[in-house]
Design a protein around this ligand. Structure first.
Ligand code: PAF
Length: 283
């Protein structure tokens, strides 16, 4: 696996990778890679001839400086994991490369970014959209793979990609879960043993709410049930538990054929997010 630090040599490396008309898939990451990221690389390998991963801990998307400082940085072992997974090129730009003195452009996606994560983490999605636009511009991939765990992020990136005409096929990959059902996340490492044991209440609460909606409960009742399970398990504050349209992320009051349950809640100091699909043949 070739590693490009910064911007020097990137264009030449990409031209070599694309020679002979090879299709390129990209897996953008912030590092601290786990099996969820490696599943994205495996998906990328199925969809293209060459795979490029990026590692960049993007300061623009952290609305809390402490969160940015605590974010794990494991570039050495990350590179080993990516090489073993069959990645062809790892790109690691720096903050100075991406946001040099005088940098003044923000990509802001209205609508789909505004509720939920957008409301609780002001500026977060501007940071995500801006950096993904820069990552796509640097690599110009045919296809890019993102995890569905960050469900709203995926919707924001799809909108940005379509609106700016970037021409990338944006693919969402199902959330990879631990054996007990907790979604894999770089943040799970920050949970104490007791918190890690309690954390499974989040997927369980969403799964139970999905089953309740499917069997005819009013979404408001299903959501109230999920909130009380989370409270009982020691979560708090709960930022949101919502039943939404999977494309617009607008809340749904009545069950629909296609819906999504989304949630974010704190367990101690760690903020966890998760989501579940709620699909039905008829309503
Ligand atoms: O999901 C992530 O890891 C990040 O938000 C992304 C898409 C790499 C942008 O920094």
């Amino acid at each position: 696996m070739q590693i490009i630090n910064g911007l020097n040599g990137l264009d030449d490396a990409m031209a070599a990778l694309r020679s002979g008309g090879a299709r390129v898939a990209m897996v953008p990451t912030m590092g601290a890679l786990h099996d969820g990221h490696l599943a994205l690389v495996a998906e990328a390998k199925k969809r293209a001839d060459k795979v490029v991963a990026s590692i960049f801990v993007n300061p623009l998307q952290f609305n809390d400086k402490g969160d940015l400082d605590r974010y794990p940085r494991e570039e050495g072992s990350d590179a080993d994991k990516l090489a073993a997974a069959g990645c062809d090129l790892l790109w690691m730009p720096t903050s100075d490369d991406f946001y040099p003195e005088g940098f003044a452009t923000t990509v802001s996606v209205a609508g789909v970014s505004e509720r939920w994560e957008g409301a609780h983490r002001p500026g977060h999605f501007d940071g995500v959209a801006t950096v993904v636009a820069k990552l796509f511009t640097g690599i110009r991939p045919n296809v890019a793979i993102f995890g569905e765990k960050d469900f709203q992020q995926l919707a924001v990136i799809r909108r940005m990609n379509a609106d700016l005409g970037l021409g990338v096929e944006v693919v969402g990959h199902p959330t990879v879960r631990a054996e007990d059902g907790l979604a894999l996340s770089s943040r799970n490492a920050q949970l104490s043993a007791a918190e890690r044991a309690a954390a499974v209440a989040l997927p369980n609460a969403l799964k139970a709410a999905a089953a309740a909606i499917r069997s005819g409960s009013a979404p408001a009742d299903a959501l109230a049930g999920a909130v009380s399970s989370l409270n009982e398990a020691g979560f708090g504050p709960i930022d949101y538990v919502a039943y939404v349209d999977p494309d617009s992320l607008e809340p749904l009051e009545k069950a629909q054929v296609r819906g999504r349950l989304i949630s974010a809640a704190f367990l101690g100091k760690v903020r966890l997010i998760d989501n579940f699909c709620v699909e039905m043949d008829t309503v």
